[in-house]
Design a protein around this ligand. Sequence first.
Ligand SMILES: C[S@@+](CC[C@H](N)C(=O)[O-])C[C@H]1O[C@@H](n2cnc3c(N)ncnc32)[C@H](O)[C@@H]1O
Length: 242
Amino acid sequence: MTHTSVVRRRPFRPLLLDLYCCAGGAGTGYHRAGFEVHGVDIADRPNYPFTFTRADALTYLADLIASGGIRQYTMVHASPPCQDKCTLTVGTNRSRGWGGTHTDLVAPTRELLDATGLPYVIEQPNGRAKIRKDISLCGEMFRLGVLRHRNFELGGWTTARPKHPKHRGYVRGMRHGVKRDGPYIAAYGNGGGKGTVPEIQQAMGITWTDVREELTEAIPPAYSEWIGRAHLATMAGTAVAA
Ligand SMILES: C[S@@+](CC[C@H](N)C(=O)[O-])C[C@H]1O[C@@H](n2cnc3c(N)ncnc32)[C@H](O)[C@@H]1O
């Protein structure tokens, strides 16, 4: 009797390294765009939905470059934390001289990303560390219930800047002593009408964690899905609608 085997190959997914991954807001969007995702964070992130390594991102990336392991990746995303929240004095940050002398993680992260030779994305909120604002995304572009403006520096690749849409109204809650109602919730902090955990989950499109800190640190997956698709389209020589 002859046997026939059916080999079901999963479609090839390029591998993306997700540095400072937290619970995977960014990682999930890249996965939806078609990437396999590997996250790295200095804190344990049991809610991260993909392959996860607990490590200092700078040390991990430096070691990947030195060992050649970086060659398994197609692209790198990095969301370095802002200065007052980051774990600058933890572990190898200090022993490598990072944290002790660096006031932000963006510059040393960018330096290593440039050394990878790979296309990359650095994400930062408005008014934080200086990055080039090659792309700025807003929740209204995706009809989300948050505005959550975020800037993205693109290294080694480019794409057309999407237009910033008109907001539908105000962010709900107290701002500068004025109480407002509106279609967006504030997905940060506590009190003053800011979103509850279920409201933030719904507004950002993040269902797999109910840890408030993880939700308030995340970018909506819709943002990185858009970026991931734009990158893949650029590589394939096709354009995405902005
Ligand atoms: C702004 S959050 C990233 C959010 C993530 N991109 C998302 O969309 O869900 C920054 C993360 O950096 C992590 N972090 C801080 N210092 C780090 C370091 N030296 N190495 C790796 N991760 C670090 C924090 O634990 C935090 O989870």
